[in-house]
Design a protein around this ligand. Structure first.
Ligand code: AP5
Ligand code: MG
Length: 212
């Protein structure tokens, strides 16, 4: 199954991708996680990417493609892409080397995004994502899965979140129309509870697996 998840910053792409990956056994590829790992490893591409990410801007296409393309091409049996593509040129590029089964667009009221992102805590080791109020770990500050100390992402402050939302509106939102025209877009209401949203996504994916 080849799936793309679309949605604003904080829409729940990572949260839902992990659940989809567990249920359907399809690997989750997060462009943001790949770029953050490259930045932590201090590779030249990673260090260049970090400068853009910290400002809420998109990382230039050639840098993203140089890192993400080979990862996607390795996953011949399928993937859940989260955070890629993020612009029309990236979608066009993706279309030259793979064919998608579906694009799931998680729609969330913008008023909810700031609280979701400023309250997010992530595990730097296994990538698990929490929220201090909506989805807290069982022991404060520690990852349930691997016990590692949770961190707050550098770009999850109010000022950068606002810039990320502006970037989303101008460069990523046009992908909704792009994939709608291709007939593979499915919209999911992302305002509810995490489990409810997953239920809706799973129903869509089950239909796709059955060939609708
Ligand atoms: P990336 O890491 O992809 O960030 P993003 O798109 O801004 O999305 P987030 O990861 O912030 O949100 P999410 O939708 O995954 O939400 P989550 O599930 O964590 O990209 C970061 C940066 O990398 C970009 O700004 C850019 O610079 C660069 N980049 C990445 N890809 C690129 C590309 N292709 N091209 C160029 N540059 C690129 O949930 C958020 C919080 O809400 C969590 O705390 C979670 O617990 C909570 N939550 C989730 N669902 C719910 C719910 N239903 N109810 C209540 N709380 C919820
Ligand atoms: Mg994410």
């Amino acid at each position: 199954m080849k799936i793309v998840l679309l949605g604003a910053p904080g829409a729940g792409k990572g949260t839902q991708a992990k659940r989809i990956s567990e249920r359907y056994g399809v690997p989750h590829l997060s462009a943001g996680d790949i770029l953050r790992n490259a930045a932590s490893a201090r590779t030249p591409e990673g260090m260049e990417a970090a400068g853009y990410m910290d400002q809420g801007k998109l990382v230039p296409n050639e840098v993203v493609l140089s890192i993400v393309k080979s990862e996607i091409q390795r996953l011949k049996k399928g993937f859940i892409l989260d955070g890629f593509p993020r612009t029309i040129p990236q979608a066009e590029s993706l279309g030259t080397f793979t064919e998608l089964d579906t694009v799931i667009n998680i729609e969330v009221d913008f008023a909810l995004l700031l609280k979701r992102l400023t309250g997010r805590r992530s595990c730097p080791k296994c990538g698990a994502v929490y929220h201090i109020l909506n989805n807290p770990p069982s022991t404060e500050g520690l990852c349930d899965k691997c016990g590692t100390e949770l961190i707050q992402r550098k770009d999850d402050n109010e000022e950068t979140v606002k810039k990320r939302i502006d970037t989303y509106v101008s460069l990523t939102q046009p992908l909704i129309e792009y994939y709608k025209k291709k007939g593979i877009l499915r919209n999911v209401n992302g305002n509810g509870k995490i489990d409810q949203i997953f239920q809706e996504i799973a129903e869509l994916l089950d239909l796709i697996l059955l060939g609708e």
